[in-house]
Design a binder for this molecule. Sequence first.
Ligand code: ATP
Length: 240
Amino acid sequence: MAAVQSIEYRGVAAGYGQTRAVSGVSFTVNKGERWGVLGRNGAGKTTTLAAAVGLSDLQDGDVLLDGQSVRGMPSYQRARAGLGYVPQGRDIFGSLTVEENIISAIRGGTTADALDTAYTLFPRLKERRRNGGTQLSGGEQQMLAIARAVVTRPGILLLDEPLEGLAPKVRQEVMDAITRMAAELGVGCVLVEQYVDVVLGFCEYVVVLESGQVVYAGRTDTLRQEHAHVLENAIGLRKI
Ligand code: ATP
């Protein structure tokens, strides 16, 4: 089965039980496109990503994978359809080695191909392949979390603050790998990140959230050129 080629948020409202965190979220990501989600702390970025994978409650509207509603679709089926997700914090097994972590994530295809893909993207992981997850630096753990998602061969990959807690040089290394992954594997990305300059640099399209509402969804260059006030209001950013 080919991995999902598009994800569409259609008037999504999402939250937790009775609590609504975001509403009116509409945008479509096609395979190969790079999208970002910006907003202050608590604006609803994580909730927006989580709604697609089933980790927050989809309270209204819909999320469609290649036009098919995710409602009633268990999380594992969404993953199997090719929706990849790298949650905030590092989603790895501390007691397994790097290589075991990667192998445990593989779905379909050969182990050799998966390891080749992971180690080509992250040469550092190859050097550390026999190290345990807990013996890795923060940056290496983040690379491993991304590698685990990549070897599932997603069509669309949701990344929640992959640079959190990393030193500037390591942030650059992780972003370089994400950039190569998007370009070489043609994976569509939705990147949630606090580093506004990183998002504006990497993403062709951006969604800006302010208190759970979408205040912009569209091309990044148009945002910069014509709607700079949106960024100023939503995230207090003056210089772009
Ligand atoms: P940050 O940048 O701080 O990660 P965010 O933009 O990702 O913030 P969310 O984590 O989506 O924001 O949170 C949106 C709102 O939902 C916030 O008001 C938050 O307190 C609330 N919220 C988040 N997780 C839960 C939860 N599990 N149960 C109830 N409310 C939650």
